[in-house]
Structures are given as C-alpha cells and as structure tokens.
Design a protein around this ligand. Structure first.
Ligand code: MN
Length: 206
C-alpha cells in the first residue's frame, strides 16, 4: 500500500493533480465538493471520533482493519469515517489526466484474468453500474493472487477483508451527479476510457 502511513490527527491528503485536471469527465466543480467537502469531512469527523481513544495511535489503514471487527458501539462510526477517508485517498490516486491503455505487468494480468482490456472494462462497468445505491467498484488482488472485480456498499472496503485493492471507482452519486446526473453508466464508461491510472494499479499489483 503506497498511501500515507501518518497517525492522528490526520490531515486531508493533497490531490495528485489540479482540481480541473480530470475535466470534462470529472469537473472542477465536482472535485470542489467531493474532495473539498465530502473527503475533508470524513477526515475531520474521524479525528473527532478517535480523539482520546486507543485508535489515536494507529495509522488510517490500521484503524479501518481494527474498527471493522470492533464490537464497541462507537466503532461503526469510526469505521465508516476511516474507511471513507482511506477509500477516497485511494480513489484520487486511481485516476490520472493521462489515462488510457494499460501496459506491462498490469496489461498481462488483465489478459490472464479477464481475457483483455475490453472484457475487463465490460465486467467492471457492469459491476459499477449494478452496485445498488452508494458504494465502490474495485479491482482487487485476492489472497490466491487472482484479480477480481468486487463492489462494496457505503464505506466498506476490501482492506477490511484481506483483499489487496489495485484500483477503485467511487459510485456514490456525489462522485458524478453534478456532471452526469443519474447517468452512472456514462460516467463509468468515460472513467474507464479516460481516467484510469494504470501505473498506480501496476504498483499495487507488484
Ligand atoms: Mn466519494
């Protein structure tokens, strides 16, 4: 996992590109709410929830994993905010203004596991579009090393279940509604064609 290993209090991680770099697929207006309000709020609320608790000594990833199985009544809120903070940081890195076709090991892995890029896109698009309500669509490396497409609901995340995420698409309405309204399939298709950061996926694979 290449993401930040910082401890509390957490700060909103910097975007890896300018706020208008993903337009027209994702507008600067969407980024201003999605990053500047939604993601920022998950980080702020998490800091408030863990202040003075044992979670304060852990990294974000450790908080996600531990709170997922914590039976304490407060843990569900901690999980939701930590997982959303983690998922969003991973999501920003899953995109690049220079998306396109994969190369190298990730290209080979898509061939082996899905039969190629087009078949992968079709399966990912079906999963992302079919996720009912809010959630995430992931490309994950399972414990057996095989690549799989998974969806999770709300804040849930593969790192709480032992999977290794390679890429994620946010399919909460806040990720696309200002630009695509209810047309999630159109957003996902453009996301796959123009924004996927295949070199990030390859780094996570190896
Ligand atoms: Mn989101």
């Amino acid at each position: 996992m290449p993401l930040d290993k910082a401890k509390a209090p957490f700060t909103l991680p910097k975007l890896p590109y300018a706020d208008d770099a993903l337009a027209p697929v994702i507008s600067a207006n969407t980024i201003s709410f999605h990053y500047g309000k939604h993601h920022a709020t998950y980080v702020k609320v998490l800091n408030e929830l863990i202040a003075g608790t044992a979670y304060e000594a852990l990294s974000m990833e450790e908080i996600v994993v531990r709170s997922a199985t914590d039976k304490d009544a407060a843990a569900k809120k901690i999980f939701n905010n930590a997982a959303q903070a983690w998922n969003h940081e991973f999501y920003w890195h899953s995109m690049t203004p220079k998306g396109g076709a994969p190369t190298g090991k990730i290209k080979d892995a898509l061939e082996k596991n899905f039969g190629g890029l087009d078949a992968f896109k079709k399966a990912f698009s079906q999963a992302a579009t079919g996720q009912f309500g809010s959630g995430w669509a992931w490309l994950v490396k399972g414990k057996d090393g095989a690549l799989k497409i998974e969806t999770t609901s709300n804040a849930d995340t593969p790192i709480a279940h032992g999977g290794t995420p390679l890429l994620v698409a946010d399919v909460w309405e806040h990720a696309y509604y200002l630009d695509y309204q209810n047309r999630r399939p159109d957003h996902v298709a453009a996301w796959l064609d123009k924004l996927v950061n295949w070199s990030f996926a390859e780094k996570n694979l190896t």
